[in-house]
Design a protein around this ligand. Structure first.
Ligand code: SF4
Length: 347
């Protein structure tokens, strides 16, 4: 019988599922993935971590608990410290294996290889450790990783190809309003966690853009001009995306999805908002927590879209007093007459 490896459908699953799944399958494992997030996932996760943990982490723990029903031999919970040579992943993600092992719930053995490109500059030890419960044949492990990497790259390219031609050219055709949904992938693609925001925006007539529709190179390029290098991979992605998107011609808006209790979002989000404010691009900041009331979200989205659509013909320069940052260090707060329409934030 094949060894059964469980992967929680949460956090970096949304970035690397194809890579991880293909890798373990090629090494002969049966990969088990938890189901879609639901209320029970959140309840289970809430019981396993401290209240202060952010919502995506609580949901991650809920998924690990739900995976136990499928009786995996191992759980794959890598310690992702850094995936590139100059930036880090969030500390809460780095600590996941430790929090799981320290918890009261009995868990199967963890496969917890460390990915730390800052200190090692390569993934050799990560691969050895990841594949060690299945084989000690290094060549087999490397081959499996290479194929898995190609599959993940092909998938990433697919998302990119849809929009590559429009990145610096004209916006997509049609009357839909270009709307960037900005945030971590696990916030954008977990429909329970984000109260189905993608479907809502689509139904409200938006042409949705997401971070993976901009190439890594163009994102890197646009943030080179920042006075200081960004310390976090997630932060680079968010700021690079918002800068790429701002180059699209014509009216557009940005919906920023952040997590309550997230240190990275609290100031990377603020940097993104200041940039948008300066560029005159309307934005809406939605902070996700454990509340699941959909009416509040619906009202805010409607108001935001009405604001963009109704004010455009009048070329209004209104800036909401609520959304105006106090003491904007860049000195743009409250300057009227600069923008085509307002840079307003709803929280
Ligand atoms: S980056 Fe923010 S939302 Fe993501 S795990 Fe870390 S604290 Fe939570």
């Amino acid at each position: 019988m094949n060894i059964r490896i469980g992967i929680p459908r949460a956090l970096l699953y949304y970035n690397y599922v194809t890579l991880w799944k293909t890798f373990f399958t090629l090494l002969g494992a049966e990969v088990l993935i938890s189901g879609y997030t639901n209320k029970l996932t959140l309840d289970l996760g809430r019981d396993m971590v401290v209240d202060e943990a952010c919502l995506p982490v609580k949901i991650f723990f809920g998924h690990t608990a739900q995976l136990l029903e499928q009786k995996p031999d191992f759980l794959f919970v890598p310690r992702m410290v850094s995936v590139e040579k100059s930036a880090y992943i969030c500390p809460k993600i780095i600590g996941l294996p430790d929090i799981l092992e320290a918890g009261k719930k009995e868990m199967p053995a963890l496969i917890k290889p460390t990915m730390n490109m800052v200190s090692t500059g390569n993934i050799d030890s990560f691969l050895r450790e990841a594949g060690s419960c299945l084989t000690t044949d290094r060549r087999k492990i490397s081959r499996a990783w290479k194929i898995a990497r190609q599959e993940q790259n092909a998938e990433d390219r697919q998302a990119l190809d849809k929009s590559r031609s429009t990145e610096i050219g004209a916006a997509r055709t049609g009357s839909k309003l270009p709307m960037l949904l900005l945030g971590h992938r696990y916030n954008l693609y977990d429909d329970f966690l984000n109260l189905n925001i993608r479907k809502r925006l689509w139904q409200m007539g938006c042409d949705l853009w997401t971070p993976e529709q901009f190439s890594e190179e163009s994102k890197e390029d646009t943030i080179k001009t920042l006075p200081k290098a960004i310390f976090w991979t997630f932060g680079k992605d968010i700021l690079g995306t918002v800068r790429c998107f701002s180059r699209l011609p014509g009216p557009k808006g940005v919906v920023i999805i952040s997590s309550f209790g997230c240190g990275i979002d609290s100031f990377i989000g603020n940097m993104a908002m200041r940039y948008l404010h300066k560029a005159g691009i309307p934005y809406l900041n939605i902070t996700l927590d454990e509340h699941s009331g959909e009416a509040g979200l619906e009202t805010r989205l409607e108001a935001f879209l009405d604001m963009i659509r109704w004010r455009r013909p009048f070329n209004e320069d209104h800036i909401s007093s609520y959304g105006t940052p106090l003491g904007d260090p860049e000195g743009y707060a409250g300057i009227h007459g600069v923008y085509g329409y307002s840079a307003t934030s709803y929280q």
